[in-house]
Design a protein around this ligand. Structure first.
Ligand SMILES: NC(=O)c1ccc[n+]([C@@H]2O[C@H](COP(=O)([O-])OP(=O)(O)OC[C@H]3O[C@@H](n4cnc5c(N)ncnc54)[C@H](OP(=O)(O)O)[C@@H]3O)[C@@H](O)[C@H]2O)c1
Length: 257
């Protein structure tokens, strides 16, 4: 029999980085957290650590690949069967592949659209019909501030995240009408195994536990956009409002540096 405590969250991409920190934050606050990622060993390690730390909540592992539409549906069913109706779902699984004009090819675009964009669509397809039938539940999608406007060396990653932000803006009024709370999470740079690989400067970098607290608080407030850290978010929001002449003068500097 599954040990159930508090409210219930399902989060994808929770084996590492931001997702792992969010799972921990919620479990530390007494939630039952179902965690998914492809690498079962990462999830098992998280479950064991949470148990050893005697958190007031509980973490349960459900390995799944977000690019597998049917598997994701089955995972959602299995979680609700085991732990009961979910209160929140955070579609966080995603990755980054750098790409540049000098070796332009379709692979990074396909990979990032498959995982970052369609991976979320697969998740929504699994969860939305049930949440709509209950007129309850809160769904969040992890996009990125990189989706605000085009940034050099990130045309594939940025496009996948811009697609998510646009989709979330389009869905918000319909989700409201369906009785489902809906949020888009736009982090700036967060220290994770993903960004540990980056060789470029990462302004306003925050730790994953800081990101997790932003996400927990933003979800608790029911905000549509949960974006952090604020100074970086404001700079990028101002950048996207600039006329292209000025915008490209600034973004060209990224290539030269
Ligand atoms: N770190 C940042 O600065 C930053 C900034 C803005 C937005 N984000 C976004 O935040 C999310 C998490 O990033 P992160 O930095 O925490 O990345 P990370 O450290 O690489 O962790 C990503 C997690 O997602 C899982 N994942 C990847 N592909 C998956 C798939 N096909 N199916 C299921 N799970 C999958 C990974 O596990 P497996 O490989 O085992 O599946 C891992 O547990 C991503 O959507 C990313 O784009 C990150």
């Amino acid at each position: 029999m599954q040990d159930i405590r508090g409210n219930r969250l399902w989060i994808t991409g929770a084996g590492k980085g931001i997702g792992r920190a969010v799972a921990w934050e919620y479990a530390a606050r007494g939630w039952t957290v179902a965690v998914s990622a492809r690498t079962a060993a990462d999830l098992d390690a998280l479950v064991q650590e949470a148990r050893a730390a005697q958190l007031s909540g509980v973490i349960v592992a459900y390995p799944a690949d977000v690019t597998d539409h049917d598997a994701l549906k089955q995972t959602f069913k299995a979680i609700e069967h085991d732990v009961g109706p979910l209160d929140q779902v955070i579609f966080n699984a995603g990755t980054y592949v750098p790409n540049a004009v000098k070796d332009f090819n379709v692979a990074p675009f396909r990979t990032l659209m498959e995982i970052n964009f369609l991976g979320v669509v697969n998740g929504l397809a699994a969860v939305v019909p049930t949440f709509a039938s209950r007129r309850a539940g809160h769904i969040a999608v992890v996009a990125s501030v990189a989706g605000y406007s085009g940034l050099p060396m990130a045309s594939a990653y940025g496009a996948s995240k811009a697609a998510l932000i646009n989709m979330c803006e389009a869905l918000k009024p319909e989700m409201d009408a369906a009785g489902i709370a809906f949020s888009v999470i736009n982090p700036g740079f967060v220290r994770t195994p993903l960004t540990d690989r980056n060789m470029f400067p990462m302004p306003f970098l925050v730790d994953a536990d800081v990101a997790a607290r932003h996400i927990y608080r933003g979800m608790a407030k029911g905000k549509f956009e949960i974006a952090f850290p604020l100074p970086f978010v404001l700079i990028l929001k101002i950048l996207r409002m600039l006329p292209y002449g000025l915008y490209f003068r600034l973004t060209k500097k990224v290539i030269k540096s």
